[in-house]
Design a protein around this ligand. Sequence first.
Ligand code: GDP
Length: 457
Amino acid sequence: TINGPKDSRRPRDKLLGGLLTGEFQEESCLSRYHSSLYHKPSPYKPSQYLLSKLRTYEMLHKRCGPGTRAYKEATKNLGNDQNVSRSVGECRYIVWIAVYGLGNRILTLSSLFLYALLTERIILLDQRTDISHLFCEPFPGTSWLLPLDFPLTDQLDSFNKNGSRNHPSYLCLYLIHDYEDHDKMFFCEKDQNLITQVPWLIVKANVYFVPSLWLIPSYQTELSKLFPRKDTIFHHLGRYLFHPTNEVWGMITRSYNTYLSRADETLGIQVRVLSKPAGYFQHVMNQILACTKREKILPEVAAVTNTSTSPKLISVLVTSLYPEYSEKLRTMYWEGPTSTGDMVQVYQPSQEMYQQTDKKLHDQKALAEMYLLSLSDKLVTSDSSTFGYVSQGLGGLKPWILYKPKNQTTPEPPCVKAISMEPCFLRAPLYGCQAKTVKITRFVRPCEDRLTGLKLI
Ligand code: GDP
């Protein structure tokens, strides 16, 4: 057995309130049952109904997953126009295609998984990227990886915008930020009724579309039973689905045990610079400092210092593609004392300089850093970043969000405390069939960092 890094006397909630099944071997995926040693216990309990739904899903996935008779049956005549048949037996599927950065991928996977729960489908992942080097299998006794000999593999990359093609046995859905009215009809009740009859859904998505599922009337009752607290959806589904592989878990635990576990308080700062060109900017550095000062998240550097009798050790974990933000912060706390007498230590695990999605080690570092941020006590994130959304959701944290800078100047105020820990649906359909519901539904709000986005509260 392993002792907890922070407080080994803490009762361990290994299965996260019943979210996880105990059916797995521990060694093959250490993070699955060890995460409770690193995350603070979640104050949010999953509903009994969600737990039973997850167990039912696991059985369905076992029955329909790769290698089963049902899967063979369902793929037999797929894509073969001559042999058109809608009925493929008891199983219906969602194929997830990996596109965009890792944060986007995690959010679309959890949205589609929820959609699978609602519609009694199973989800399978296009595994041609490095996904199997990032995450363990979440469902026992089966696999969530789409077999490489899936009949439509060669066609997966070829469909695009307005390509929501209809075919008797499969349908391609395009839910990417630049989607148009035609694709947005996915969120209409009428279209959902038609989609139900199609055995295979092949989905290209890069958005967290859960808020708009709530706005489809026929799903609302079920969703309320699954999630009596609407702001905990990604928090629960994320902790259910995403268990870093042993390689990534090694990176996470080494960082945590070396740099963070002994601190009295930990702060994560996620610096994502979305301007072009990106890199180090003084106005962004000033914004970070203005935010941590204004919100009293970090002590100030001052000429006179309080000689506190019990100074705190505050560990700051900075994640960024660029090294300068953490270097400046570290230097600042070395050159001058803090007004409180507290000690501030600054750590940045990697400096990758630019996005290299689909390079294995790069993606593993990105996942390790999202996860490490989620272990912090407090969190500061950058606007509109799915990387940050994943961290806040896994950690159950409401971050301070740094506003998007305009005209290369520090915004005032520099940041805002999030109203909920849910990710933002950055490109929600606001017109069309949902126009009315969006306006009258009180549990979806414009996002703090994007007024045209929607989030659950
Ligand atoms: P988003 O673009 O901010 O919404 O987040 P994504 O995760 O979807 O895409 C950004 C990608 O850039 C990440 O997946 C990483 O590959 C890389 N990246 C961005 N910021 C960081 C960072 O702080 N650390 C690391 N290791 N990678 C980063």
